[in-house]
Design a binder for this molecule. Structure first.
Ligand SMILES: [Fe+2]
Ligand SMILES: [Fe+2]
Length: 317
């Protein structure tokens, strides 16, 4: 292997670096002096960074291809307290390196296959035969894509296998809740955790690297309505009883809680209520982990959009 580039997380202001990064966004802009420049956005496994090429030629700009690896030679500058690359040279990585692009994509910290096995272990612990049959059928149909799908499209959450990671951590939390609140119906809670976001496979269209865009149906309906629809279709096909279909549909429909976040109904039974909170816990934990991962102790993060633009503090202990 001959990756000798500096990882994004290790960049320091003032250095001239050689890096190998994935180009995720590009925009051709004009300076106030009417000169063209390229406004670029790169990622690797460790982070993300903005880059600029001044005095851009439009022809070269057109050749830049998104979601490909590039060799970058640049000076690391700082702009508004953020590091930024002032690019001297960049070119498409050679095909041999390009094949290894998977290693440069931010991914869930657990192995996809291990997470998938864990998901099935939870699904198999469901005792209610109809719920179990429905959950296992949906899982089997989504399994192939679930291996790599991200949990969201946003650049900051576009980690490969992110959806799987989200589901596993929710299931683990659900299991722990049962120790405290012993009357919870874990069949419902596990089924809800497993099913609630599975229609993101369809709401988003993702390539195997976890880079995704919203589908037309995703934009017009969203994963809550799509999920309700899927349970209806698969449930009828399997001859599942009305009550099981209905309560699982309610859990999916209410898991975002508020109408402005897409839920037509708020939760109306305990497991649906808890599902929403487990979902929120995992989303929040992810936001904190992700926003603080490259922040030094005793310092603040950038404002985090999903946490109403709060700047998060990395406790210095
Ligand atoms: Fe959701
Ligand atoms: Fe979720």
């Amino acid at each position: 292997m001959r990756f000798i580039g500096t990882a994004i997380a290790d960049l320091e202001q003032g250095n001239v670096i050689n890096g190998i990064y994935i180009l995720r966004k590009k925009e051709l802009k004009e300076t106030s002096g009417k000169k063209l420049f390229a406004d670029l956005f790169f990622i690797d496994q460790t982070g993300e960074i903005n880059g600029k090429i001044w005095d851009m030629e439009e022809e070269f700009f057109q050749t830049l291809t998104l979601n490909q690896l590039y060799y970058i030679n640049a000076k690391v500058d700082s702009w508004k307290d953020k590091l930024q690359l002032n690019i001297n040279r960049m070119r498409l990585a050679d095909p041999d390196d390009q094949k290894k692009i998977g290693r440069f994509v931010p991914s869930a910290p657990l192995q996809a296959q291990d997470m998938m096995d864990e998901l099935y272990r939870y699904a198999n612990r469901i005792q209610h035969t109809e719920i179990k049959k429905l959950v296992l059928t949906v899982l089997e149909r989504k399994q192939e894509k679930l291996m790599y799908y991200p949990a969201a499209r946003s650049l900051h959450h576009s980690i490969r296998s992110g959806l799987l990671y989200h589901l596993v951590r929710m299931l683990r939390t659900a299991e722990k809740l049962k120790d405290v609140y012993t009357d919870i119906n874990t069949d419902l809670l596990y089924a809800g955790a497993l099913l609630h976001d599975l229609a993101k496979i369809g709401e988003l269209e993702s390539d195997v690297l976890g880079f995704s865009e919203y589908s037309t149906e995703g934009q017009l309906l969203g994963h809550l309505l799509m999920g309700v629809k899927e349970i209806e279709i698969i449930g009828r096909e399997l001859g599942i009883s009305d009550e099981v279909i209905l309560v699982l549909q309610h859990m999916i429909a209410s898991h975002h809680y508020e109408p402005e976040y897409g839920s037509p109904k708020k939760p109306m039974f305990l497991e649906a209520e808890l599902l929403h909170h487990i979902d929120m816990i995992d989303a929040r934990v992810y936001d904190y982990e992700n926003s603080l991962k490259n922040v030094e102790k005793g310092h603040f993060s950038e404002p985090v959009w999903s946490l109403d633009k709060r700047r998060l503090y990395k406790v210095n202990l």
